[in-house]
Design a protein around this ligand. Structure first.
Ligand code: PML
Length: 248
């Protein structure tokens, strides 16, 4: 059996990114996966949809999924939600002013030319230096999926815990690989104005924070906090080249 990466990205008429998704599947599952990704793209009324199918030649590393927790009761004020998210980052030894800077980047849109980035910011944990080579595109975590035999089990477990939204599963899988690759902690929330839940992932746990941003705000993204002496090329190689199956 061969394993393939099946990737979808959809854009509007101005070329603006609308949605993207990747699966690592056995060859028998390619056709149904293409159909599934195409349907997912269609929700956003795209102008064009690109689907790429690529054989994976390397062995796939298996990594246990992060555990998932709710950070704070639903409907807490944004300031309280952020205080708790900050505390988790402080516990991960991220410097206080670097945490403030990370929140301000996501609040205003982290791209150097303004607005959202498709990828993440790489931010050093003490001096707050940005290490991503392209400050408009950022760094992406790719070549990762839940193991096909665990896909239904993960979905059921998340639904049972009260986290049925597909965004949660997608973010959890990506964060699992991101931390495996050596990122100390990740902070993120969506740029979708209707989706106000964000997360902090660190030390084996993915913490969800409902109301981390106000409804109606179309700015968001992801910050990867890294060591001061991080080898950026090596980290990007792990994030982008090494295929990972997340195990439940
Ligand atoms: C969650 O529901 O757990 C939060 C998901 C945030 C997703 C961020 C994004 O879509 O970029």
């Amino acid at each position: 059996m061969n394993i393939y990466s099946v990737r979808m990205r959809a854009a509007d008429e101005t070329g603006h990114h609308l949605s993207g998704m990747e699966r690592l599947v056995l060859d028998d599952d390619i056709a149904k996966t293409v159909q599934e990704l195409y349907q997912r793209a269609w929700h956003n009324h795209p102008h064009d949809v690109h689907i790429t199918i690529e054989k994976i030649d390397q062995e796939i590393t298996q990594v246990p999924v992060l555990r998932i927790r709710s950070g704070i009761p639903n409907k807490s004020p944004k300031s309280l939600v952020r205080t708790q998210a900050r505390q988790i980052l402080l516990d991960a030894q991220i410097q206080s002013d670097v945490i403030d800077y990370a929140f301000s980047l996501l609040d205003r849109g982290p791209a150097a030319s303004g607005g959202n980035m498709r990828g993440a910011v790489l931010l050093t944990k003490h001096s707050g230096r940005r290490l991503e080579p392209d400050k408009d595109r950022g760094v992406r975590t790719v070549r990762v999926d839940v193991h096909p035999k665990d896909r239904d089990r993960l979905h059921r477990a998340l639904v049972q815990q009260g986290f049925p939204h597909p965004r949660t599963q997608d973010a959890l899988i990506l964060a699992t690989k991101t931390l495996w690759a050596g990122v100390i902690a990740e902070l993120g929330w969506s740029d979708d104005p209707d989706y106000t839940t964000g997360f902090v992932a660190t030390k084996g746990t993915y913490w969800r924070f409902e109301g981390i941003k106000e409804a109606g705000v179309n700015l968001g993204g992801r910050i990867y906090f890294v060591e001061e002496d991080e080898d950026t090329a090596e980290l990007m190689n792990r994030l982008q080249q090494i295929p990972i199956w997340v195990m439940v």
